[in-house]
Design a protein. Sequence first.
Length: 148
Amino acid sequence: MKLLFVALFALAASTQARADSASHRRAAESVLELMDMETVLAQAVDQTLKAQIQANPAIAPYEQQMRAFFAKYMSWASLKSDFVTIYANEFTEDELNQIAAFYRTPVGRKAVQKLPVLLAQGAALGSQRVQDHLPELRAALMKATNKP
């Protein structure tokens, strides 16, 4: 009888852990939906591809193939489960619920809307900074390759 009680307790604990895990994943998914991650990801991939083509026009004839590749491996449909896992691993369920509550506020919605613009501006700033100091980088690389 004691063994049966232990087995039932273990089964109940296991079921509760799965339920907690499922609700935790739902909380992560909710945050990602509120962040409009599907759109953000699609815009990021598009902007990255355009920047790559602009930086290296020789790849422009392959844009269609590159877009097909990214649609297959970098689309929201292919990455959603992984993103949910990442967020669930990094935040507790309570934290995810708090983040979701923030994203439901007017300021949270504005943050979501501005995120792609802010990321693009940050990427442009980083790219410009590298371009502005490219001679210094080249000199450092040349010095490193000429070391005895």
